[in-house]
Design a protein around this ligand. Structure first.
Ligand SMILES: CC(C)(COP(=O)(O)OP(=O)(O)OC[C@H]1O[C@@H](n2cnc3c(N)ncnc32)[C@H](O)[C@@H]1OP(=O)(O)O)[C@@H](O)C(=O)NCCC(=O)NCCS
Length: 149
C-alpha cells in the first residue's frame, strides 16, 4: 500500500489517542513528511468491521542494522485488546526483513506504555534527562528501550 494513502487513517487514530497534556501527537504535516522518507514505514491496524476503521498505528524508521519505533498509538475505544502487541510483533518481522538486529525507542518516563514494551521484551538501556518539553513548559526524562531481534 502507498504509505501516503495511510495518512488519513493514521490521523484519525492520532486525534483520539494522545492526551494533549504531553504534547506527543504529531500533526498531519509531520506524519506526511516522515512517510515521504524512503526509510520510514507505518503499520496500520484496522477493525474487523466492513468499513475497516483504523484502530491503531505505528511509525518506524530504519537505519543500517537497526530500527527506531517513532510512535505507536491505539484508539482508546480499542485498547487492551492486544492491538499494540500485535503491531509490535509485526514490527519485529518487518525490521528483521529490512536487516535490523535491534529495535530502539524512546518513551516519556511516566508513560504506562512501559508495561507494553517490557512485556514485548524491550529493556531500559538509557535515560536522556529533560528530553521532552511538555505543553505546560515542564521537562521530563526520556527512557531509551532496546530489543534484540
Ligand atoms: C500504549 C498503547 C499504544 C497500548 O495499546 P493497546 O492496544 O491498548 O495495548 P495492548 O492491548 O496490545 O497491550 C498489551 C499489554 O501491554 C500492557 N499494557 C498496555 N497498555 C497498558 C496500560 N495503559 N497500562 C498498563 N499496562 C498496559 C498490558 O500488559 C497489556 O496486556 P493485558 O491487556 O493482557 O494486560 C495505548 O495505550 C496508547 O495508544 N496510548 C497513548 C499513546 C502512547 O502513549 N503511545 C506510546 C508512546 S509513543
Amino acid at each position: 500500500m502507498n504509505k501516503i494513502s495511510q495518512v488519513d487513517q493514521i490521523m484519525a487514530v492520532m486525534e483520539t489517542a494522545f492526551d494533549p497534556q504531553w504534547g506527543e501527537a504529531w500533526n498531519r504535516r509531520q506524519v506526511e513528511d516522515a512517510l515521504l522518507l524512503p526509510n520510514t514505514f507505518a503499520i496500520l491496524n484496522t477493525s474487523d468491521s466492513q468499513d475497516e476503521t483504523a484502530t491503531g498505528f505505528l511509525i518506524t524508521r530504519h537505519a543500517p542494522g537497526e530500527e527506531e519505533l517513532l510512535l505507536i498509538a491505539v484508539d482508546p475505544n480499542y485498547r487492551r485488546q492486544g492491538t499494540a502487541k500485535k503491531m509490535l510483533s509485526q514490527l519485529k518481522v518487518d525490521a528483521r526483513t529490512r536487516g535490523a538486529s535491534h529495535i530502539f525507542l524512546e518513551m516519556r518516563e511516566n508513560n504506562p506504555a512501559k508495561v507494553l514494551y517490557l512485556r514485548a521484551g524491550f529493556e531500559p538501556i538509557g535515560r536522556r534527562r529533560a528530553y521532552y518539553l511538555l505543553s505546560d513548559g515542564n521537562r521530563m526524562d526520556a527512557i531509551t528501550y532496546g530489543l534484540s531481534i
